[in-house]
Design a protein around this ligand. Structure first.
Ligand SMILES: Cc1cc2nc3c(=O)[nH]c(=O)nc-3n(C[C@H](O)[C@H](O)[C@H](O)COP(=O)(O)O)c2cc1C
Ligand SMILES: C=C(O[C@@H]1CC(C(=O)O)=C[C@@H](OP(=O)(O)O)[C@H]1O)C(=O)O
Length: 388
């Protein structure tokens, strides 16, 4: 199971192709649109999100509400394209037009300068269009298909905000997955702790007022994954490693933690490792879940808890210094529009990239071309684990 995305931020559309989804999985565009809509919302987003209304068009791989087993291709149109046709059109333009539109000022914190040097672009627009986090909409579409598959296997995945600008939501371990889903769907900052929401929104508003930006921490919580998905036998089969890679690949994400994460460095082993227990109906379980659902690159059967750290948005109204690549003169990077905080939206992206890795891990372990057979195999495995 794998996916590709294509598309520029202000181009015509984003395209996602997923290969390896088994046949006869119930899938509608409503499943995907619900995820896309959640990614667009959240306190701190800029004016672009008022222009876009992300709706998916399923172009192949699904018929009458069921997957065919063939590649699933999906399209999300960029409504902003109509304002950029002369800049983003595919037809050649005159040298004079080209010079007038060329972007020569790299923004600190973006792919602009490295990307221009690497690909030999004198027009930085050739870099920024693809490096933009607009692409995360296409990733969410892929993750929404994975989430649909997981959900029909009894596995639920949800993402929400854990921290913004140093304001941390309490650990609320008693909250059920259904409550987590409801809160994440309804809340403007998607945090589980309603008491801290207003403080977070105030911090976002203050940063915006000051022409600055802020980052934070998103958390993804997963219930229903059986033990033993992933493997210890080879580095690239360790599922926690793959999840870490997927999370770090989200634009502006700079760190990943499982369970108590970096806090483990400050504790003795007796306060880190989760003791093993057994009950007849439940089988094996851990008395605590400090390691966040992974041991040895494999799931433990406990909830998976992953955090991702997002740096502050690099485009600031308060200008940062940079150097023009043509004149080599210093300049103050100025902007027209930007998000001031995108952690709420990014928590939805993180949820979807994690879901994709989990679904991929399951399909590697129980390869099947037909979804009902995959479900049967997983049910049998769950029973095997219970009786182990
Ligand atoms: C959902 C989301 C929205 C973002 N919105 C913006 C934005 O409006 N302005 C901006 O400068 N960066 C934004 N970013 C971050 C940049 O895309 C990112 O910092 C940049 O591509 C450089 O990549 P890197 O930070 O991973 O090195 C956003 C990121 C995400 C995940
Ligand atoms: C378009 C999205 O996010 C964009 C990500 C982004 C960036 O530089 O990463 C910059 C902004 O775009 P623009 O420059 O058009 O205002 C965000 O709006 C989206 O999330 O769908």
């Amino acid at each position: 199971m794998r996916y590709l995305t294509a598309g520029e931020s202000h181009g015509k559309q984003l395209t996602t192709i997923i290969e390896g989804i088994p046949s006869n999985l119930s899938l509608t565009k409503d499943d995907i649109n619900a995820s896309l809509l959640r990614r667009q919302k959240g306190h701190g987003r800029g004016k672009r999100m008022q222009i876009e209304k992300d709706l998916v068009e399923i172009a192949s791989g699904v018929r009458h509400g069921y997957t065919l087993g063939s590649p699933i291709s999906m399209v999300i149109h960029n409504d902003d394209f109509k304002h950029w046709i002369d800049v983003m059109g595919e037809d050649p333009i005159s040298e004079d037009q080209q010079i007038r539109r060329t972007v020569t000022r790299p923004r600190p914190g973006h792919a602009d300068l490295n990307g221009a040097m690497k690909y030999g672009h004198r027009d930085i627009r050739n870099v920024l269009e693809r490096s933009s986090a607009r692409e995360t909409a296409a990733r969410v579409a892929a993750g929404a298909v994975a989430k649909t598959l997981l959900s029909q296997l009894g596995i639920e995945v949800i993402g929400y905000v854990k921290e913004i600008a140093g304001i941390v939501a309490d650990d609320q371990q008693e909250i059920t997955i259904k409550e987590r889903q409801t809160i994440s769907e309804e809340s403007p900052v998607r945090t589980l702790d309603k008491n801290v929401e207003q403080k977070m929104m105030d911090a976002i508003d203050l940063a915006k007022k000051e022409g600055d930006s802020i980052g934070g921490v998103a958390e993804v919580y997963v219930e229903g994954m059986p033990a033993g998905i992933g493997s210890y036998v080879h580095y690239d089969r360790k599922l926690d490693g793959r999840i870490a890679g997927a999370v770090a690949s989200i634009n502006a994400f700079k760190g990943v933690e499982f369970g108590i994460g970096f806090e483990a460095a400050r504790r003795n082993g007796s306060r880190v490792h989760d003791e093993i227990a057994w009950e007849k109906e439940r089988g094996y379980y851990r008395k605590t879940n400090r390691l966040g659902g992974f041991e040895g690159g494999m799931t433990t059967g406990m909830p998976i808890v992953v955090k991702g750290v997002m740096k502050p948005i690099p485009t600031l109204y308060k200008p940062l210094q940079s150097v023009d690549i043509e004149s080599k003169e210093p300049f103050q990077a100025s902007i027209e529009r930007s998000d001031s905080c995108a952690v709420p939206a990014a928590s939805v992206v993180m949820e979807h990239v994690v879901a994709f890795e989990l679904a991929k891990g399951i399909l590697e372990q129980f390869p099947n071309d037909q979804f009902p057979k995959l479900k049967k195999a997983l049910d049998e495995y769950r029973e095997e684990l219970r009786c182990f």
